[in-house]
Design a protein around this ligand. Structure first.
Ligand SMILES: [Zn+2]
Length: 500
C-alpha cells in the first residue's frame, strides 16, 4: 500500500511575490525556461486571490492550512496579542526586529508563529499528509508545523547569538525540515542563509537536490522567497532577473530528477505566489499620526491604564486595537479614531470593523471607502464569485463594486467581502483594519519601509492577485470562476486521494 501511495509525488513551489505578468514577461524574454516548460504543460491562473492583509505570515498560513485568518488565527506582520498585552513581530524589517529586540522577534517568527499562534485545530499540509502516511519535506518557509520533532542544529553566525539568548527549543515539522541554520534535518551544501537575504533560493536548491538524490519526500514544499526581497528593493516591475534566478533554482530540482519529463513523470507540481506587490512612494507613520492624539502602546512597554491604542503596521495594511477595558469607552474611541483616519489622514483607502450592535441574525461587518459605508454579513441572497452568500446593507460603491445578476463583483478588491469577513473575525485581529491607497506603505515600528520600491498588504487587486499554476495533478481539478490561495490545500488533498 505504501508503495502504491508513493507512485506520484507532489512539489508545491511557493514563489514569494511572483506576479503573473512579470513571470510571463520573463518567459517571453527567454529567461525562465523551466517555468515555461511547466506553463506549456499545465494550467495557469494569473489572478489567484491572496489573503487580507496580503502579507506573508497571513498568506503562508492560508496556503498551508487551507483556511483563512478567522480560522488559522494569524492576523498580520505585526500585531497586538491581548492575552499577553504585547506586540508580536514577525520580522517586518531589520529595524523593526531591533525595535522589539532580536531575541523576541526571532522567537515570535521562528517558534511562536508555528508552535503558539497558528491554530492547532487547523492542520497544516505537513500534518494532514503525515497523518495519511506520506513523507513530507520543506525548504525554509515561515510555516513548517508538522509531526516530526526536530532539535536545534545551529551553525554559523546564529549559533553564538542563540546560545546567548538561551534559545534552544525543539520544534515539530515535516520529516525533512530545512530552516536555514536553525533547524536542518540534513546537512545542506550551501552557505548560511538566515541572516543573508537573496541567498535563499540557492539554499532551497541545495536542499532540494539532496532530497531528490536520496528519495526523501512524497510532498515537498519548495520555497523560493528571493523575488520578494528584490521586488521590495527595486520595485515589482524590476523582477525579471530575480524570476530568472528562481527559474535556476527550479531547474536544479528538475535537473536532479534527470530532466523535465522524468521530473513530471514522478511529480505533480503546483506553483503559487502568496501575494503580489505594487509600487510605493509615500510613507504613512500610523503609530506617530495616532500618537499625536491618543496614547499608543510602544514596543516592549508595559500596558498601563492610560494606553488607548495599539497599532500593528503590516505593509500596506494595518490593525488598530482599542485598549480601554470598558466596552462603551472602546466603542466611543473607535468611532473617534475612524472619523479621524477617514477625514484627516492621507493615504487611507479603506477602514473595516465589526459593528458593536447585532440582531438575531448576528453581527455586521462594515467597510468604509471613499466616504461610503457598506455593512455585510454571511447568509443573504447576494452571491460572490467564489460561491459565498451575503446580506448587504448600504452601498457596494464603498468597495467600487456592482451587483451583476445577483453577484457582488469588484475588480479593484477581489473577493472583498469574504476576505474582509475572515480578517475581521480573527479573534487576534485589530478592532479597526486599515487598507492603504495605491502608492502608500505603513512605516514599521523600527522606521523600516520600502520607499521607493515594492510593497503589499492591501485589499487592492494590485497586491492581491498572484500566480497559480498546476501541472499533472492526480484527481479532478474543480472548475472555479475565481481561485484563491486557500484552494491549494484541497488540490493537494485531491492529488493524494484524501477526501474531506
Ligand atoms: Zn514581502
Amino acid at each position: 500500500m505504501a508503495a502504491e501511495k508513493r507512485q506520484r509525488k507532489l512539489v508545491l513551489v511557493v514563489v514569494d511575490s511572483l506576479r503573473c505578468d512579470m513571470l510571463l514577461r520573463t518567459v517571453e524574454a527567454g529567461d525562465a525556461p523551466t517555468f515555461k516548460k511547466l506553463i506549456d504543460r499545465g494550467e495557469l491562473v494569473g489572478d489567484c486571490v491572496s489573503s487580507f492583509p496580503s502579507v506573508t505570515p497571513v498568506c503562508t498560513s492560508e496556503i498551508t492550512t487551507g483556511v483563512r485568518p478567522d480560522r488559522h488565527l494569524i492576523p498580520g506582520m505585526n500585531w497586538y496579542r491581548r492575552s499577553e498585552e504585547r506586540y508580536v513581530e514577525y520580522g517586518s524589517s531589520f529595524e523593526a526586529t531591533r525595535a522589539f529586540g532580536l531575541f523576541r522577534s526571532l522567537y515570535d517568527t521562528v517558534y511562536n508563529l508555528n508552535m503558539g499562534h497558528l491554530n492547532y485545530e487547523t492542520p497544516t499540509l505537513f500534518e494532514r499528509l503525515a497523518d495519511a502516511g506520506h513523507r513530507t519535506a520543506c525548504t525554509p518557509f515561515l510555516i513548517y508545523r508538522g509531526r516530526t520533532r526536530h532539535e536545534m542544529g545551529l551553525e554559523g553566525l546564529l549559533k553564538a547569538f542563540a546560545n546567548a539568548a538561551k534559545f534552544h527549543h525543539a520544534v515539530w515539522g515535516p520529516e525533512e525540515l530545512f530552516y536555514g541554520e536553525l533547524y536542518s534535518s540534513r546537512k545542506v551544501d550551501a552557505k548560511p542563509t538566515l541572516a543573508r537575504p537573496a541567498t535563499r533560493d540557492a539554499y532551497s536548491a541545495a536542499a532540494g537536490r539532496d532530497l531528490v538524490e536520496n528519495d526523501l519526500y512524497d510532498f515537498l514544499l519548495y520555497s523560493l522567497p528571493d523575488v520578494d526581497y528584490y521586488s521590495h528593493r527595486d520595485g515589482p516591475e524590476e523582477t525579471q532577473e530575480p524570476i530568472a534566478l528562481a527559474d535556476d533554482a527550479l531547474a536544479e530540482l528538475v535537473g536532479a530528477h534527470g530532466g523535465i519529463d522524468k521530473f513530471l513523470a514522478a511529480n505533480a507540481v503546483i506553483v503559487v505566489s502568496d501575494h503580489a506587490q505594487s509600487f510605493v512612494e509615500h510613507p504613512l507613520e500610523l503609530q506617530t499620526v495616532l500618537g499625536e492624539r491618543w496614547q499608543v502602546l510602544q514596543p516592549n512597554a508595559e500596558l498601563t491604564a492610560d494606553d488607548q491604542l495599539a497599532v500593528g503596521p503590516s505593509g500596506r495594511g494595518a490593525g488598530i486595537w482599542l485598549l480601554p477595558a470598558d466596552a462603551d469607552a472602546r466603542a466611543h474611541l473607535g468611532a473617534e479614531v475612524s472619523a479621524f483616519l477617514e477625514h484627516e489622514v492621507e493615504g487611507i483607502d479603506l477602514l473595516a470593523w465589526i459593528t458593536p450592535e447585532g440582531d438575531a441574525d448576528g453581527r455586521w461587518a462594515a467597510v468604509s471607502g471613499s466616504g461610503i459605508e457598506l455593512r455585510f454579513r454571511p447568509g443573504g441572497d447576494v452571491s460572490d464569485r467564489r460561491g459565498g452568500a451575503w446580506e448587504l446593507d448600504g452601498d457596494p460603491a464603498a468597495l467600487r463594486a456592482r451587483i451583476r445578476e445577483g453577484c457582488f463583483v469588484s475588480d479593484d478588491y477581489p473577493d472583498a467581502l469574504a476576505r474582509l469577513w475572515a480578517a475581521l473575525n480573527n479573534p487576534n485581529a485589530g478592532d479597526i483594519l486599515v487598507s492603504l491607497e495605491t502608492g502608500w506603505e505603513c512605516v514599521d515600528w523600527g522606521g523600516g519601509n520600502h520607499l521607493p520600491g515594492g510593497s503589499h498588504g492591501s485589499l487592492l487587486a494590485t497586491d492581491s492577485l498572484g500566480t497559480l499554476l498546476t501541472v499533472g495533478l492526480d484527481g479532478d481539478r474543480p472548475e472555479r470562476e475565481q481561485w484563491a490561495i486557500s484552494d491549494v490545500y484541497g488540490l493537494i488533498e485531491g492529488h493524494f486521494g484524501l477526501g474531506n
